[in-house]
Design a protein around this ligand. Structure first.
Ligand SMILES: [Zn+2]
Length: 464
């Protein structure tokens, strides 16, 4: 079996790994994840490059989870000729349509905006894909339960196990039946302390493991201390009459945040204020989470299962669904706005940032991973002006960072996960991380597990 790293190698977005297996001369192709490149323009432009192989020759796609950087390129793949099944867990199959429809809409809106305002470098800007392409991709989704074997191509078996990162997230085990070789893909791996989800299952014994490295060089801080910091930042902002804007990934991060905000309110650690979720996508995802709790889904933590859907139900939650409701939130004053996207690279949160950044009373609370070059990272790096929709906006608001909500395993958690196999794998490939993070994780795995570790390079083809 051969792996080729097409995306998510040397960067945290655009995850795509090509797998080729079968008798010599009859090899067939499967793609593990089909993510969108996100972040700075030079990375995003990779979405526009000709796909390195003919998409029509890919027999199936298997998704680890519903985040855009793992599934967001699917409609483009379909548009270029892919027509096979897209296997994923049942909860992923419920979340992916929400993500893809939103992504298609954002692409269309951004294109229309660029066309009217004339700030695109292209004379006639076009979206990467549109709503029709997204619907065609959604029609290909095939949910499969955890632990059930499927045969995406002859001689290759695939099965999923929970990864504890977001609802539906899975690790993928592939077995080449001809050569009896096994490879496990971590996808994005949870930390085992998700407030809603059970932790990741240990990997099966494998000849090779492909592991993510988003937090490969950074230990997570003390969660309780960070929650205290968040409570303090929210309290001082609301007391000075300011708005707290929280850019948050619509899927999972919003749910995790709502639980935390509800607990802080219940414990009277933050003042009561209106909490607005301004993201139709986040609200749709919230319904999938609530349904999973109602259905006693095995991914849901026992304690949350016992508490029921009230666990993520806030009495003072304001749902901004229309554009008018969204715009009304920018009138200022003490309130909390949770809005997507998580790195502020698009979506409604960009409008809230434009309104909130120039006023010292406000706070931008960054609660997730901020990739290099994204507006979120620029704010963390202390820029004085931020370019939004082609215009520079002065940054006077307080910028606070809370890492407590990370749903990515830290470096030691990643090593411990690999060490969960009975026999160590012969090879480990580190992907889905910025180069320093991937390098640091590779060193740590080598030191502790004494196995061959390679940093996945874009375009690199390896034999398992
Ligand atoms: Zn993810």
């Amino acid at each position: 079996m051969f792996l080729t790293f097409l995306g998510g190698a040397g960067t945290v977005t655009g995850s795509k790994t090509l797998v080729e297996a079968g008798a010599p001369g009859e090899e067939q192709r499967v793609l593990i994840d089909c993510g969108l490149f996100q972040g700075p323009r030079e990375i995003r432009e990779r979405n526009w490059e000709t796909f390195p192989i003919d998409p029509a020759t890919v027999k199936a796609v298997i998704l680890t989870h519903a985040h855009l950087d793992h599934c967001g390129y699917l409609p483009a793949l379909v548009r270029e000729g892919f027509a096979g099944p897209v296997y994923c867990s049942p909860n992923t199959a419920d979340l992916v349509p929400i993500i893809l429809r939103d992504s298609a809409k954002l692409q269309e809106e951004d294109t229309a905006w660029a066309r009217t305002k004339g700030f695109s470098r292209h004379v006639d800007p076009r979206p990467l894909y549109d709503a029709t392409d997204a619907e065609q991709a959604i029609a290909l989704l095939r949910p499969i339960e955890f632990g059930i074997d499927i045969t995406p191509i002859p001689s290759l078996t695939a099965r999923l196990a929970p990864a504890g990162h977001i609802l539906g997230s899975s690790t993928i085990t592939l077995v080449d039946q001809l050569r009896q070789r096994t490879v496990v893909f971590s996808g994005d791996l949870g930390r085992g302390n998700h407030p809603l989800l059970e932790g990741p299952h240990p990997p099966e014994d494998a000849d090779a493991v492909v592991i993510e490295s988003t937090y490969g060089d950074r230990e997570h801080g003390d969660v309780e201390a960070e929650i205290d910091e968040m409570a303090a930042a929210i309290t001082r902002t609301l007391h000075r009459g300011g708005t707290v804007v929280i850019p948050a990934f619509a899927v999972d991060r919003t749910e995790v945040l709502l639980i935390a905000l509800r607990r802080l309110q219940d414990q009277q650690r933050i003042p009561m204020a209106q909490i607005s979720v301004d993201s139709p996508m986040a609200l749709a995802a919230l319904r999938v989470y609530v349904q999973a709790i109602r259905d006693h889904d095995p991914e849901i933590l026992t304690a949350i299962d016992a508490e029921g859907p009230e666990a993520i139900d806030l009495p003072n939650l304001d749902e901004a669904t229309t554009r008018e409701q969204s715009m009304a939130l920018d009138s200022g004053g003490p309130r909390i706005i949770v809005s997507a996207s998580g790195m502020a690279s698009g979506g409604r949160v960009t409008h809230h940032l434009k309104a909130a950044l120039p006023d010292r009373r406000n706070t931008i609370l960054l609660v997730g991973y901020q990739a290099v070059g994204t507006p979120g990272r620029l704010l963390l790096d202390g820029v004085h002006e931020l370019k939004i929709h082609g215009q520079y906006v002065p940054v006077r608001a307080e910028i606070a960072e809370i890492e407590a909500f990370s749903v990515h395993a830290g470096p030691q958690e990643l090593v411990d996960w690999i060490a969960g196999t009975r026999e160590p794998p012969a090879q480990v490939f580190v992907n889905h991380g910025e180069p320093e993070a991937a390098e640091a994780l590779a060193d740590r795995i080598r030191d502790q597990l004494d196995v061959a570790v390679v940093m996945a390079q874009p375009g690199d083809r390896v034999r398992i």
